[in-house]
Design a protein around this ligand. Structure first.
Ligand SMILES: [Fe+2]
Ligand SMILES: [Fe+2]
Length: 280
């Protein structure tokens, strides 16, 4: 395990946000498209996080380092709670009339194609870097979710916070179980899955996004694509702002805590300690 891996302790917070009770199709600043984008992201999580848990659990008996063992267990607990809350979130999407089963099936089919345990672990480490990238963006800029309803704001920041806390776990497990592999093979094993999953995740995400918008009678032609490009890459430019963090993974010698001490997490750790008193 890398020495940097203990930058943030991993704290599983058993919180419920109740989005399914009153789902709002325009929750993101009354913008149906940004709301739908995040809702389409939520579609990935129940199946995706079960995949992460089983991928890491498979290697638990091989992990000798007690600290990494403990971190891996906390990782599984956090992901299990994320699964539960996003399952509830997606039930809310079903109430809005979105084709949840069809959209979740696309995720299930894509993940079922990966059966080799080491490839599953490498894929998990890669996707954990994507969630860490999202967490880096959201936790560093509170304005992004500042004008959203409390339940949505808190669910997404809670999830991002815990993704940041455990961002190195799958990576460290991967590094441990491949420590005898030649360096170039190890490099390819971690980097190729990120390139592939970045492409495949967006193929499914954009398909699901269109399904959500169509179910609301919102046009998804070239104007929609141009608008999405503008929002993601120009203004506010979420992808543009996250690109540097994302690309770190391809650097030789990368580690999730190298160049990021997790300081963006601290205000949110304070926010969620004693959360019930803060709740509306
Ligand atoms: Fe998660
Ligand atoms: Fe995660």
């Amino acid at each position: 395990m890398a020495d940097e891996a203990e930058v943030l302790t991993i704290e599983a917070r058993n919180l419920r946000f109740g989005i399914e009770a009153a789902p709002d199709p325009d929750w993101f600043e009354k913008d149906p498209k940004r709301s739908a984008y995040c809702d389409a992201l939520s579609i990935f999580f129940p199946e995706g996080e079960r995949f992460f848990i089983t991928s890491v659990q498979h290697y638990l008996p091989k992990i000798k380092d007690p600290t990494l063992q403990a971190q891996a267990k906390q990782f599984c607990i956090q992901e299990a709670m994320h699964t539960r809350e996003h399952r509830a979130y997606n039930e809310g999407l079903r109430k809005l009339g979105y084709p949840v089963d069809l959209m979740e099936e696309r995720v299930k089919v894509a993940l079922a194609k990966v059966t080799n345990p080491l490839k599953r672990l490498a894929l998990t480490a890669a996707i954990e870097h994507l969630t860490a990238t999202l967490a880096h963006l959201v936790l560093n800029d509170p304005r992004i979710l500042a004008n959203t309803p409390k339940a949505y704001h808190d669910l997404w920041t809670w999830h991002c916070l815990e993704e940041m806390e455990h961002k190195a776990v799958a990576y460290d497990v991967l590094m441990q179980v491949t420590k005898d592999m030649p360096a170039y093979k190890r490099y390819l094993l971690r980097c190729i899955p990120l390139a592939i999953v970045t492409k495949n995740l967006h193929r499914i995400l954009l398909t699901n996004l269109k399904d959500i918008l169509r179910s609301r009678g919102i046009a998804t032609g070239w104007k929609h694509s141009a608008h999405a490009f503008w929002v993601l890459f120009c203004f506010p430019g979420y992808y543009r702002r996250a690109l540097g963090y994302y690309l770190r993974y391809y650097r030789p010698g990368f580690h999730p805590w190298k160049g990021d001490d997790g300081s963006a997490a601290e205000p949110w750790r304070a926010y969620f300690s004693g959360y019930s008193e803060n709740s509306a």
